[in-house]
Design a binder for this molecule. Sequence first.
Ligand code: ADP
Ligand code: TRP
Length: 322
Amino acid sequence: MKRALTGIKPTGQVHLGNLLGAIRPALGLQQTFDSFYFIADYHALTSVEDAAALRQATRETTATWLALGLDPERTVLFKQSAVPEVCELAWILGCLIPMGMLDRGHAVKAARDGGFDPNVGTMYYPVLMAADILLYDSTIVPVGRDQKQHVEMARDMAIKANHRYGEGTLVVPDVSIQEEVAVVPGLDGRKMSKSYGNQIPLWAPEKQLRKLIMRIETDSLGVEDPKDPDTSNIYNLYKLFATPEQTANLRERYLAPGMGYGTAKQELFEAVNAQLAGPRESYEEWMAHPSRLDEVLAAGAERARKAANQTLTRIRTRVGLT
Ligand code: ADP
Ligand code: TRP
């Protein structure tokens, strides 16, 4: 069976962009792919400095996957750092590529544009991510559009390894991006992201969720002005949560006089909340039982490690380490 793999960094609260862009598409692949999903805690170290915060976010991200329907019997759910072999593969991959490839990485560019000297981890980030993907012989990697470049770098590294050490050394992966949710907008209309502080956390309590949705930025058109749905953040988020009929109905009301943004926001809140209310209870249940989370992660780590070691044995032989 072909393998799907993706990771989420435990760097803060999971948000609607993560849900729609990565988690839901990944969960949709559970039936047809052998799925490996993980909490990218090594990657989080490039930005999280507080150990307690990292532990807490790791727990939250694990509970999020489970609350949203990850089936731990079928899917291997694990913590990246539970399989430290990934660092060995990252080292091997790093020896295949020129420095210039890392200079073009978007995380490094963003740090430099912001006037920071990126840490070495940030520089090496795409190599570790390639190792995540290649260590498990993954064939498909579901992510949001911002991760496309990283998956392409992983492809390049696999192709280079196969060229140097012979076909079949590494599996060349494909990226999978769902176009309708490739870039979920945040409160200010830019890509929803923890780095912009414009996110709607998945597990915000109902009251806070409503408050946040009411803060979505709009233009200043009044109730009697017809409005353009396609440039409206409210509408663009609504269509990702509502049925096609509900979406068509809201669209009509945007185009005609008589509807204010407040009404659209209220309907958006109801649509989002309707989908999250059930999983929210399940999330709270998981969070109240950390030892159950640990058990799921321990079982996942064992399975992941087995798969990782098979690949690593092959690679160590090919490159001449054994
Ligand atoms: P953030 O940008 O908030 O730090 P992450 O980098 O942890 O989010 O993203 C985890 C996953 O969620 C990745 O696959 C990423 O592509 C996806 N993702 C994040 N934000 C969005 C968004 N606004 N729209 C679509 N997908 C997203
Ligand atoms: N870099 C990804 C992000 O920020 C997280 C990640 C780490 C990942 N390793 C991965 C995603 C491997 C897919 C495959 O969202």
